[in-house]
Design a protein around this ligand. Sequence first.
Ligand code: SF4
Length: 329
Amino acid sequence: MTASVNGMKKIRDSSDRCRFQRNLLRWFDRHKRDLPWRQDHDPYRIWLSEIMLQQTRVAAVIEHYRRFLRRFPSVEKLASAREASVLAAWSGLGYYRRARMLHAAAKKIVNECGGEFPESAEGLQELPGIGRYTAAAIASIVFNKPIAVVDGNVERVLQRVYGRNLSGEDLWDLAGALVSQRRPGDFNQAMMELGATICLPRQPRCLLCPVSDLCAARGELERPKKATHQTKRNIHYTLDCRNGSILMVQRSKNATLMPGMWELPEITNPGTTPHLSLRHSITVTDYIVRVFRRPVLDNLDGRWVRTSRVTSLPLTGLTRKILRAAKII
Ligand code: SF4
């Protein structure tokens, strides 16, 4: 149900802000999810989790996070790795630019900062792949800097608490005014946790909310409708398996999307019944993917890879999905 907000401001002064912080932190201490990156305040581990969590759900990150840490347990190990190994370890998480930036930042930390992370948000933002949100998250969670974060969850909570559709700097200003000076890292995580588990995009669970008496909306706000520009595209691949090997091709190093990653050969005119079909979305394109079992022309610039070794290549997310559907991996 959409709440009608009559402009009733519930947080008016510093005593309201203190009550908001106290209620939220008490709730967080009792109910926070037990997540692997909450075991300590190690900058490398927190940084890795923040990068993985960009555009990816918590449940999808947990296993990848553990595996990546086993493979690269420290910033030094990551810095000295080959890019192909980093991409292979990242495989399945998508948005590979994040992995390349992570690798570049690790090299910079080791080669230019003596292996130490900068402590300020400004210093952190000088590293590749670290923007305003990630810098604030690391500075507050690891180094206890009194700085607020704004991500999609925090934005929704703030808009409802203040009963207004806010954007841009207004959100950062309000978040900055509300953040706890004593426990900024926990406060930021608590705001994100509240958005992820209680103040849900649809049907927020206001009866369970620790700050409901300070919330102006107590429900969904009416939102301006966003236009979507999703386009549809058909795409065809061939799955050519012979003698325990599979023919794979590498995307150009200059491709805009997923440069250097490995995939199945794309074909334009299949002319037969597909072996399998599936759907896949990348940013604003919905793909209808058809996969054919068909030998590839000999002049194709590909590589035969043992099926048992194929997951050691940095595969695109779609390729991984196809190989799983075909029961090859
Ligand atoms: Fe969100 Fe409801 Fe809590 Fe307000 S009362 S912050 S709308 S869950």
